[in-house]
Design a protein around this ligand. Structure first.
Ligand code: THU
Length: 142
């Protein structure tokens, strides 16, 4: 089974959702009041979570995905097997453009990206679907 199929079948997806939902409650979002939680699984099976952290100097705020990725890197992880973003928006809450690129650094075209609302996963995309023809480390010959 491909990683994306395995995720869709539910292996570990509940754990990612619960991690994202829990960390979303910790979001510091006094300006937008839009709380976001993200949780990812690395290729060693570790789960890392992050929430958005806004700032009175608005552009300095950081997205939930950035926090989850930073936690993964700090723990020694370098590969995202799957990532889930949880928010309560009008329509889907998918990673913003900058976060798609942040995910790209540590993920491949088939990596599943789950978009969840407060009650569960609404849609699942691959990274290639959300960021086609992307620029990445390989472009630099890495
Ligand atoms: N936000 C995220 O944390 N992740 C995204 O991918 C979309 C946007 C946050 C940033 C800001 O704190 C709030 O949601 C409203 O844009």
């Amino acid at each position: 089974m491909q990683a994306a199929d395995s995720e869709r079948a539910g292996d570990g997806l509940t754990a990612l959702f619960e991690a994202a939902r829990a960390v979303r409650a910790q979001a510091h979002a006094p300006y937008s009041r839009f709380r976001v939680g993200a949780a990812l699984r690395d290729d060693r099976g570790g789960v890392h979570a992050g929430c958005n952290v806004e700032n009175a100097a608005y552009p300095v705020g950081t997205c939930a995905e950035a926090g989850a990725i930073a936690a993964m890197v700090a723990s020694g992880g370098r590969r995202i097997a799957a990532i889930l973003v949880c928010g309560d928006g009008v329509g889907l809450v998918t990673p913003c453009g900058a976060c798609r690129q942040r995910i790209r650094e540590f993920a491949g075209p088939d990596t599943p990206i789950h978009a969840a609302g407060p009650d569960g996963v609404a849609r699942t995309f691959t990274l290639a679907e959300l960021l086609p023809e992307s620029f990445g480390p390989e472009t630099l010959g890495e």
